[in-house]
Design a protein around this ligand. Structure first.
Ligand code: FAS
Ligand code: PHB
Length: 390
């Protein structure tokens, strides 16, 4: 089997890259270890930055997104019995759209299949060879036997637990990492959201977030211990804790309903540099992870491959290697801005390990500064809706 760009992973990064390459007449094959059904139903991110919405719309994927996506112009912060709405669109002229990651993945898979694209599901990549040559080989297992994909370049879009990052020789990559002393318990519930816009709540018992997926489906999160056992969180306990942490403003109450899915996500900040070695280009969670407090994960993945799509187009279109050479440095500028913002939002909103009274006072002072300073609120807003090209 042979193609121009071999792509490992059919998440937002791998699928969007394949779509962008197709639009430029560049061939790719996407190799995905899980089934189509699995990747299309994996509940993850929910917020698209303005730049991600623009990318999807200008590449022909805006149909369902415009019909079903929920455009939001602000978010609400709740703390110390107070509530403050960050008027993001008024401050920046840009907005976010709530549209589940699985919907983006479904739209991308449908578009690739309609265009005759090649996505091999249940094809588990086991090794990448000859990355330092002009003919890399991707080894993968499908239906119990090993196959090879010969290509010009490999895009490692296989997430944090994938194999691509590990294909880079020892000593090449520098790792930057921070783990947090907490995790998120995420809940998808058949309950009409009790809020118009996302609510981020700072509380003595821990952080809570009220998001949504549609007018009928709520998406909610609770800060829990890093090693929390989901088995100790029956639905009743989840709703009780969400009520305690969110019902802090007079006259407001949470809507409850059947829990459709619940899971625990660890929190980490992680970057490896560079995002390229020879003919391997890394993108998305394969090369960086952010705590989801800033809603950056999926958006960073899409921003990476938007750069990579342009870089491959310059190479195949006019033999120009410049954008391939500058990919890592350019992508990392956005990655580190998102790393800082995600760390800042996480540090401001979560009950930190020691529940140190001084830390809590600093957090409240920061939240109050956001609520009273147009400059500080604008800083939060421009990072949250997504910075234009940086
Ligand atoms: P992905 O992990 O989405 O995709 C990688 C793909 O590669 C997967 O489909 C995987 O099956 C495949 N793969 C792995 N190894 C392979 C191999 N050897 N061979 C072939 N295929 C292989 N972000 C937010 O902004 N908000 C959130 O609320 C949020 N919640 C999250 C919850 C969880 C449980 C996780 C894990 C992540 C969450 N994220 C969230 C971050 C998430 O949205 C990622 O940023 C996003 O999925 C990144 O997309 P990709 O880089 O494409 O990686
Ligand atoms: C979500 O809707 O899943 C979501 C929203 C905002 C976040 C994280 C997750 O910061």
């Amino acid at each position: 089997m042979r193609t121009q760009v071999g792509i490992v992973g059919a998440g937002p990064a791998g699928l969007m890259l394949s779509h962008l390459l197709h639009l430029r007449g560049i061939e790719s094959v996407v190799l995905e270890s899980r089934s189509r059904d699995h990747v299309e139903h994996r509940v993850r991110a929910g917020v698209l930055e303005q730049g991600s919405v623009d990318l999807l719309c200008r590449t022909g994927l805006g149909g369902r997104l415009r019909r079903e996506g929920l455009r939001h112009e602000g978010i609400e912060l709740r703390f110390a019995g107070e509530s403050y709405r960050v008027p993001m669109t008024e401050l920046t002229g840009r907005a976010i759209t709530v549209y589940g990651q699985q919907e983006v993945v479904k739209d991308l898979i449908a578009a690739r299949i309609a265009a005759g694209g090649s996505i091999l599901f249940e094809a588990d990549v086991v090794r990448l060879d000859n990355l330092d040559s002009d003919s890399p080989v991707v080894h993968f297992r499908r239906d119990g036997h090993e196959e090879k994909l010969h290509c010009d370049f490999v895009a490692g879009c296989d997430g944090f637990h994938g194999v691509s990052r590990g294909a880079v020789p020892e000593g090449v990559l520098t790792t930057y990492e921070r783990t947090y002393p907490f995790a998120w318990l995420g809940v998808l519930a058949a309950a009409a959201p009790a809020v118009e816009e996302l609510v981020y709540a700072h509380h003595d018992r821990g952080f809570a977030l009220h998001s949504m997926r549609s007018p009928e489906v709520s998406r909610l999160y609770l800060q829990v211990a890093p090693d929390e056992d989901i088995g100790t969180w029956p639905d009743e306990r989840i709703w009780a804790e969400l009520r305690t942490r969110l019902e802090t403003v007079p006259g407001w109450s949470l809507n409850e309903g059947p829990v459709l899915e619940k899971s625990i996500t660890p929190m980490r900040s992680f970057v490896v540099e560079p995002m390229r070695w020879e003919r391997l280009f890394l993108a998305g969670d394969a090369v960086h992870i952010v705590p989801p407090t800033g809603a950056k994960g999926m958006n960073l993945a899409l921003a990476d491959v938007a750069l990579l799509g342009d870089a491959f187009a310059a190479w195949y279109g006019r033999g120009c290697p410049d954008l391939l050479e500058s990919y890592s440095a350019k992508a990392l500028r956005r990655v580190w801005r998102a790393q800082h913002f995600s760390w800042w939002m996480t540090s401001m909103l979560h009950r930190l390990e020691r529940n140190d009274p001084y830390e809590t006072k600093l957090q409240t002072a920061t939240l109050r500064y956001v609520a009273t300073s147009r400059a500080y609120a604008t800083s939060l807003a421009e990072n949250y809706v997504g910075l234009p090209e940086i």
